[in-house]
Structure formats: structure tokens, C-alpha cells
Design a protein around this ligand. Structure first.
Ligand SMILES: [Zn+2]
Length: 73
């Protein structure tokens, strides 16, 4: 996960799952700061999603809330 203050100058290690200026969480355009997150879409194939910083914080909290208590299930 990486933060860039301007989506126009953000650099990626992998190809984007969506447009780099499209927020995976809210579906709105990203104009400035962006959080990039890499994950697998297939064996040995990683892609990057883009998030507004606030949306990244929201998504992270939701993942923790849904995942932590059920992590052993
Ligand atoms: Zn967003």
C-alpha cells in the first residue's frame, strides 16, 4: 500500500484493475491524493486498486471489523 499526494504522478508496480483515478471504494474520480493497493487477481498476477485516502481508511476499518473477529473461521 502506498500513498501519493497527486494521482497524476503516482507510480505503480503492477497494472491497474481499474483506471488509476477511479476509487475502488466509492466509485468516484480521484483528483489529488491516492492510496494504491496491490493484490492478487490470479496465481502470480497482481493488480493495483486506487482509493481516496479517506476511502482507504474506511475500507481498512471495514475489513478489520469483518475479518478480525472471524479470522479463525
Ligand atoms: Zn473514494
Amino acid at each position: 500500500m502506498s500513498y501519493f499526494s497527486d494521482v497524476k504522478s503516482a507510480t505503480q508496480h503492477y497494472g491497474s484493475l481499474t483506471r488509476i483515478d477511479f476509487c475502488f471504494e466509492c466509485g468516484k474520480s480521484i483528483e489529488k491524493g491516492v492510496v494504491l493497493y496491490d493484490g492478487y487477481v490470479a496465481d502470480r498476477t497482481e493488480k493495483t486498486i486506487s482509493l481516496h485516502p479517506a476511502c482507504a481508511a474506511l475500507l481498512g476499518q471495514r475489513l478489520i471489523a469483518d475479518g478480525y473477529l472471524n479470522r479463525r473461521n
